[in-house]
Design a binder for this molecule. Structure first.
Ligand code: SAM
Length: 272
């Protein structure tokens, strides 16, 4: 089915700020973007037709190729994806990860987005409570601002430093830091108040948490850099880019979702 109201606008005209929300098929839209212009893409595709996004088509291979072309050297794509569970897992996510590698991306990390609530129950397997966040890089990542978390213990302590073949524990006085770099498993509450406090966002069926988008934006970009979401839905990544002083481009094939995203961004500017 073709989108009823697709509009392709020239984007990178001279002096035009590369920022905005656009109704388009992202494959077509990316063709209008210069090679290597995006510092960070953060997106969650419609996976395994788990939800019906008005029947729009999703061509993974063309999207992946387009993303490789527009990503800057050292830029990052965060691809947030789960698998259909119908008996067993579809493993679509793995196939997509391998394809990204095949076309030149490096699988920099396979991070986990853990949902603190709304776990998906199964009668014959453990409750599913996560999605993958594939962190793909074009070459070596040019930016990494590691997020920190508080440590349980800090201050000076006698710490075991060597358990040699004699099995004797030796101890040293060592300062334990107040904070450490976070692990690659990130947990978020989902639903109203967790995902977002924007009531209107839930007119979209698959919003991801604002904090998740923000954490990636802070990790992989600096102020003024360009964040792209080719399937932006309710506009979560664009909203968080805006609030963190990054440029943003959001694209969705549905005019309704783009209108929703625009409304959401307008109200966040008024509040901020
Ligand atoms: C999982 S949702 C994204 C939700 C978003 N992360 C949020 O927080 O609201 C996937 C989106 O992809 C859009 N989509 C599907 N095929 C598309 C295409 N070819 N081009 C652009 N958008 C597409 C759907 O309309 C849907 O809004």
């Amino acid at each position: 089915m073709n989108p009823p109201e697709t509009q392709n606008r020239p984007l990178f005209e001279e002096k035009q700020s590369p920022r905005g929300l656009f109704t388009a098929d992202c494959v077509d839209f990316m063709k209008s973007m210069p090679r290597g212009c995006v510092d960070l893409t953060i997106t969650s595709p419609p996976y395994d037709s788990l939800r019906d996004y008005k029947g729009y088509q999703f061509n993974f291979h063309e999207i992946a190729n387009g993303l490789y072309r527009i990503t800057a050297e050292g830029g990052i794509v965060v691809w947030i994806v789960g698998d259909r569970i119908n008996g067993g897992r579809s493993l679509t996510s793995f196939r997509q990860g391998l394809y990204f590698q095949k076309i030149g991306f490096s699988m920099h990390d396979t991070m986990i987005y853990q949902k603190k609530n709304t776990p998906f129950m199964r009668s014959n397997a453990y409750t599913n409570a996560f999605e993958f966040m594939f962190v793909l890089s074009k070459g070596s990542p040019k930016t990494f601002n590691p997020l920190k978390e508080k440590t349980v213990r800090h201050g000076f302590e006698m710490v075991v430093y060597n358990k040699g073949s004699d099995a004797v524990n030796r101890k040293n006085l060592k300062e334990l830091k107040k904070e450490k770099t976070k692990t690659n498993i990130w947990s978020y509450a989902v639903g109203m108040g967790g995902t977002t406090s924007d009531r209107i966002a839930f007119q979209h069926p698959a919003v991801f948490p604002e904090k998740l988008a923000e954490d990636h934006i802070l990790s992989w970009t600096n102020e003024g850099e360009l964040v792209f979401d080719p399937m932006c839905g309710s506009g979560t990544s664009c909203k968080m880019a805006l609030l963190n002083r990054r440029e943003y481009i959001g694209v969705d094939i549905s005019e309704d979702y783009i209108q929703l995203a625009k409304q959401r961004l307008r109200s966040c500017v008024r509040v901020a």
